[in-house]
Design a protein around this ligand. Structure first.
Ligand code: AMP
Ligand code: MG
Length: 391
């Protein structure tokens, strides 16, 4: 049986697909730029007033007499009338300054009577309160580098400099198949022996957090032909996630079904808890993750392995790993890596109760998965442990 490190290496080796798509800005929100973006215009596109006030030529102002107000330029309009020495124009924030001017005085720092304007700003200097053309970005200049995360602000920045489409690394398409004769849907009567199906809900929600809507979600019985039919239908996705039926029981039919469908097994079983029977395979470019059905195993395998694969498509790192000291001692047997639900405190972390893989009540309030390494046995209060933040 391979260990966690080997499993992650094998997954990484099989994540070779990098697709680039050109998307409208809002659809690219949260993606990584696959190409640099160059400014297609100057921004600001013209010399702009930074204040509501009056614009005039500082050099040509004799400072003794009042300026004469000869008109106004509203933001959004424009004037090419040349302003003469000792003349001023009423102007507003964002409006283009007219030819013959270079300086704006704030309206709070003038005294205006009729068209006579007295400047009451002793500290005023030439070019004050003017945003020069191209002072943010110059046409042709590198605006954002490839590899940049497109945050809401980055998108707003690009919109402001006239960019409306960007090339980003594509998100993978994902299909989900949950298996189990016992599974009842939310609207079903829950009859004897059945349970409510919850794995697909957790997976869909976790994918949504990454900006991915699965292309297909199917619930299938523990019947070989049905499982095979579903698998065959979903092998065109970049990533296929299955849950359940991957262990050693007589009705754990997923590995055999995958093989029948031509999926090449890369590994089956990892020295870890929860999620030991984890299966990973590949069919052409499709990565196949078959997760053990216990709900906590599903979610921790998703965060530890499936997210890694999604990140290699999108070139993103989703859930950061940090190290924090434990609030209590923790003991385990050597031989398995443990991924335990934890709660981050004030610069420390606590292992939660109810770690069994069929339970989600602690996982529901956890904010991290703490990794207790394979060989470790006795972890002491204050020992640093690695954890993955999952919020
Ligand atoms: P399996 O991996 O198929 O042996 O399932 C392990 C445990 O997880 C069993 O108790 C199943 O009933 C439960 N389980 C499997 N699939 C789901 C699911 N989609 N939702 C909730 N529980 C499940
Ligand atoms: Mg089952």
């Amino acid at each position: 049986m391979i260990n966690v490190k080997e499993a992650k290496e094998l997954i990484q080796e099989n994540c070779s697909t990098l697709k680039v798509v050109k998307l409208p800005l809002l659809e690219a929100n949260g993606s990584i730029l696959a190409e640099p973006v160059y400014a297609v215009m100057d921004t600001p596109p013209f010399h702009q007033s930074a204040m509501d006030g009056y614009v005039f030529s500082f050099e040509n102002w004799d400072k003794e007499s009042d300026l004469k107000v000869i008109g106004e330029i509203q933001t959004g309009s424009y004037s090419n009338t040349i302003v003469q020495p000792n003349e001023a124009v009423r102007i507003y924030t964002g409006a283009p300054i007219p030819p013959g001017t270079d300086t704006v005085v704030m309206q709070e720092k003038v005294n205006r009577e009729g068209n006579a304007l007295q400047i009451l700003d002793a500290a005023l200097v030439a070019t004050a309160n003017v945003r020069p053309q191209s002072s943010q970005t110059q046409k042709g200049e590198l605006a954002l580098q490839s590899g940049q995360l497109l945050t809401p602000v980055a998108i707003s920045f690009l919109a402001g400099i006239g960019i409306n489409k960007v090339s980003v690394f594509s998100k993978p398409t994902v299909s989900i198949i949950v298996t189990g004769k016992e599974l009842a849907g939310a609207d079903d009567e829950i009859s004897e022996g059945k349970i409510f199906e919850s794995n697909s809900i957790g997976l869909i929600a976790a994918l949504q957090q990454l900006g991915i809507d699965p292309v297909s979600v199917e619930v299938v019985d523990d019947v070989e032909e049905e499982i095979e039919k579903s698998i065959t239908n979903q092998l065109s996705s970049d990533i296929l996630i299955l849950t359940g039926g991957v262990s050693v029981g007589d009705y754990d039919l997923v590995p055999a079904s995958l093989e029948k469908c031509g999926v090449q097994k890369i590994f089956h079983k990892i020295k870890q808890k929860p999620g030991k029977p984890f299966y990973f395979g590949r069919h052409n470019q499709t990565l196949v993750f078959a997760l053990p059905g216990n709900p906590a195993a599903v979610m921790s395998c998703f965060y530890e392995y499936v997210v890694q694969a999604i990140g290699s498509f999108t070139q993103k790192e989703y859930f950061k790993k940090i190290a924090l000291p434990l609030t209590e001692d923790f003991n385990k047997k050597a031989g398995l890596t443990f991924f335990l639900k934890g709660k981050i405190g004030d610069n420390n972390v606590t292992v939660l109760n109810n770690q069994e893989s069929y339970k989600l009540n602690s996982f529901a309030v956890a904010d991290c998965l703490i990794e207790f390494d394979e060989e470790g046995e006795y972890f002491k209060k204050g020992d640093l442990v690695n954890l993955r933040m999952i919020l």
